[in-house]
Design a protein around this ligand. Structure first.
Ligand code: SF4
Length: 284
């Protein structure tokens, strides 16, 4: 199925987000989805535009709030594959409260973060992913805060699918997204997606020099949480691939009474009288 539409992205030429868009489209096709059973929800930022560039249901939400909307979509219609997306500022600053609770809740949503270590849409300020010493318009003397290691944070919060990729590695990124879609639970995929206009430090070349692919580490086992944490600490978070997966933990919607068997969206609209009476009695 074709997940391309006729909307031309207005990202800067060379922006890493183009590859993320292509990877989502390829992964959705490869997973056998159709546009009518995929929903892409985004927040605010350059990357937030992505929900309008994919032929599927789309919802361009508000800043830091892609996850509450995506979780609502999944709870209403668990038959849909739901992808939430946004940038590092969107998800790890204003949206961090939602991110950390969605991780521990383990609802079946794939969250793809386009991490460029800066705020691009507002023309270049430090984000929670900016390195210490990083000079921007908001930190002319260099940032005095250290960067958040999001993969370590996700592991600590009980993440069941924690992965990272690089936007130029389309093959790996597509595979990771496809695995995230297949995972029954919350999947966090952080993608190094360079901002060519405002971040002149963390460039494509910088990532190529500093990233270690997990596939090159002999004996790496993504089911071993301790190994995952040690590897992240050793490489300062700069690894790509499937870092950790726990296939045993049930997803949130599998545990919620009343949602186990039938999607809310497919239940009849009329409220049955006995259910209505029961509801009224509960609130009396
Ligand atoms: Fe991409 Fe940066 Fe341009 Fe935004 S400002 S579209 S993040 S290159």
């Amino acid at each position: 199925k074709d997940f391309r539409n006729n909307v031309k992205p207005n990202w800067c030429p060379g922006c890493g987000d183009f590859s993320v868009q292509a990877a989502i489209q390829r992964a959705a096709a490869s997973a056998g989805l159709t546009p009518e059973n995929l929903a892409v929800v985004s927040g605010i930022g350059c990357s937030g535009r992505i929900s309008g560039y994919i032929n599927s249901y789309g919802f361009h939400g508000i800043h830091g709030r892609s996850l509450p909307i995506a979780q609502g979509v999944k709870m209403a219609n668990r038959e849909l594959t739901v992808i939430a997306s946004g940038g590092d500022g969107d998800g790890f600053a204003i949206g961090m409260g939602h991110t950390i609770h969605a991780i521990r809740r383990n609802i079946d949503v794939t969250y793809i973060v386009m991490d460029n270590q800066i705020y691009g849409l507002t023309k270049g300020q430090t984000s929670p992913r900016s390195d210490m010493g990083f000079k921007t318009k908001s930190t002319p003397g260099g940032s005095i805060e250290s960067a958040l290691n999001v993969m370590e944070m996700a592991l600590s919060a009980g993440g069941t699918f924690v992965a990272q990729s690089f936007s130029t590695d389309l093959k790996e990124l597509t595979s990771i997204i496809e695995q995230g879609i297949a995972h029954k639970g919350f999947s966090l995929i952080n993608v190094f997606s360079p901002c060519v206009t405002f971040n002149k430090v963390n460039t494509y070349d910088w990532f190529k020099e500093n990233i270690t692919k997990l596939s090159t580490i002999e004996g790496y086992d993504p089911s071993d949480r301790g190994m995952a944490m040690n590897t992240l600490m050793k490489h300062n978070g700069l690894v790509t691939g499937l870092i950790y997966q726990n296939k045993e933990k049930p997803s949130y919607e599998q545990l919620v009474d009343g949602f186990k068997d039938e999607a809310l969206a497919s239940q009849p609209l009329e409220l049955k009288k006995d259910k209505f009476d029961q509801l009224v009695n509960e609130f009396m």
